[in-house]
Design a protein around this ligand. Structure first.
Ligand SMILES: *Cc1c(COP(=O)(O)O)cnc(C)c1O
Length: 497
């Protein structure tokens, strides 16, 4: 198995090269040249094993230059401790046809832990094969959850440094506190004046700037990415869709081979793309349903074939989905249309903020994907009714997905069992969730809100969040977009320009 580039198929590299490289020099993303297949028999046999064994099976198909021992070290290191549920990704039924896949039982209470607990291990093993003696510099642009999950995954990992940029007004108070109190000797966090797309474009520019790359090289350092553009982030996410299916099989909720729909609250298109890989591998999936908030650029794209980021940007109660450029969509386009077209569309996106795919490609995408969006009021109403009717408390991102799933069922009549990805603990977004279930706009501190939410629902806030109240803030800096490069040099102590 080898990896190639979405904009250049002359690229022919191993999985460890793809993981250490992060992003191709031409700005394209690394993708497996062919998607491996898995049989129904194998899927059925995975129903009886642990998450760790499921992960080793799926990842071994993609990380073909890792030895069994290396993979075992990475997978066991990531998932043996740090998750508050022994199933790692429990599936909870909310009605006979709908299950919630709880992806937030990791150390930072967001689904990104599933990838970011293992990525540092994948990366250091990969670097040992491809770039001995080079220190890895992780730069992250975050809309909230990636930053914390990456910091937690990389803290004090030898030979790595991590620097996280987050939009000053684009993350929840809990997310901000999680990042600014981060411990570890190789970490730094900085706010930037702007939104997530500004942070992400800034990081992308730094990654691909030859002068900066050279400067790092002269200091025996090299960039790598922990954003979902890194293949090492995506591959581990494929696992939990198989795991969910296996758990449904085990509980006799579906028959082997029966199709499910998967609903994913989507921002950068990483999580749902992992579901797409699972589907291509042979997981019985009917539709992948892409749920967006008021920033509905993906809903428009998946229903019209036009991607247009020239639109108003909304700050919503589901901030991890406040995104207008969904980077991982490029990988999907590669599989449906090939690198030449991808190159053209990405150039248009860069120059005009917009592109339209051809009818043939659009037709292929529509066969697999459905999409919908939901505003903040509907999100809150959905959280409230799910809690009132089913006693299930979900966060704002999951609320968007639940609503889009309901809308999809109403408009299509599709009765396929649905698995809804739940991407964060409701206590990470206490203000909006409390308002939804209590009907009142809370006017108190973040931790008072957490307490009230616990009192009302009888559900305990995860200690990883409630404990933040007493932690010291270590990082309070905020820089302009133009200052990001110097912030990087400062952190690395390699001379300010
Ligand atoms: C990151 C994130 C998302 C969006 O996931 P993508 O892979 O970027 O599409 C959704 N919900 C939460 C809570 C997140 O942290």
């Amino acid at each position: 198995m080898y990896y190639t580039g979405t904009r250049n198929t002359d690229i022919h590299i191993s999985s460890s090269q793809a993981i250490t490289g992060g992003i191709a020099e031409d700005g394209g993303l690394y993708v497996p040249a062919e998607i491996p297949k898995i049989s129904l028999d194998t899927i059925a046999s995975m129903a009886d094993v642990s998450y760790i064994e499921r992960a080793e099976k799926i990842l071994s198909l993609y990380l073909t230059d890792f030895t069994g021992e290396e993979l075992d070290y990475c997978v066991k290191g990531a998932y043996s401790t740090g998750f508050s549920d022994e199933k790692i990704v429990p599936v909870v039924s909310i009605d006979e046809n709908t299950d919630i896949l709880e992806l937030y039982k990791g150390p930072t209470c967001a689904f990104k832990d599933l990838a970011l607990q293992i990525l540092p291990r994948l990366l250091t093993v990969s670097a040992g094969k491809t770039a001995k003696g080079i220190g890895i510099v992780i730069l992250v642009a975050t809309s909230g959850d990636t930053g914390k999950a990456a910091l937690e995954g990389f803290k004090d990992v030898e030979n790595t440094k991590i620097l996280v940029f987050y939009p000053s007004d684009g993350v929840s108070p809990m997310q901000k506190l999680q990042m600014c109190t981060q411990e570890g000797n190789n970490v730094a966090v900085c706010a930037i004046q702007g939104n997530f797309d500004d942070a992400q474009s800034g990081v992308k520019k730094i990654f691909t700037n030859p002068d900066i790359i050279k400067k790092l090289k002269d200091n025996s350092l090299a960039f790598s990415s922990a954003n979902s553009i890194n293949w090492g982030r995506l591959a581990p996410q494929i696992v939990y869709y198989f795991s969910a299916y296996c758990d449904l099989l085990k509980e006799d909720r579906i028959q082997c081979g029966e199709k499910i729909n998967i609903v994913v609250p989507t921002g950068n298109f990483g999580n749902i793309l992992a579901a797409f890989y699972a589907r291509e591998m042979g997981l019985p999936v009917n539709k992948l349903i892409c749920a967006s908030n008021a920033n509905s650029v993906l809903t428009q794209f998946l229903t019209t074939g036009v991607y247009d980021r020239n639109r108003e940007f909304y700050t919503t109660i589901s901030p991890s989905m406040d995104i207008l450029i969904s980077s991982n969509l490029e990988r999907l386009l590669y599989y449906f249309a090939g690198s030449e077209k991808v190159k053209e569309w990405m150039k248009e996106l860069n120059q005009t903020g917009k592109y339209q795919i051809d009818d043939e490609t659009f037709g292929k995408i529509k066969d697999v994907f459905a999409a919908g969006c939901c505003n903040d009021d509907d999100t809150k109403a959905t959280i409230a009714s799910l809690y009132a009717e089913k006693g299930y408390l979900c966060d704002t991102h999951t609320g968007v997905a639940v609503k889009v799933c309901e809308d999809y069922r109403k408009s299509t009549g599709d009765k396929t069992p649905a698995v809804i990805a739940s991407t964060a603990s409701p206590f990470k977004f206490a203000a909006a969730v409390l308002e939804a279930v209590s009907g009142e706009k809370p006017d108190c501190s973040e931790f008072e809100m957490v307490g009230r939410l616990e009192d009302i629902t009888g559900i305990k806030c995860p200690p990883a969040l409630s404990g933040l109240e007493k932690k010291q803030v270590r990082f309070s800096g905020c820089c302009k977009k133009e200052e990001m490069e110097n912030t990087v040099y400062n952190m690395l102590k390699i001379g300010v320009q």
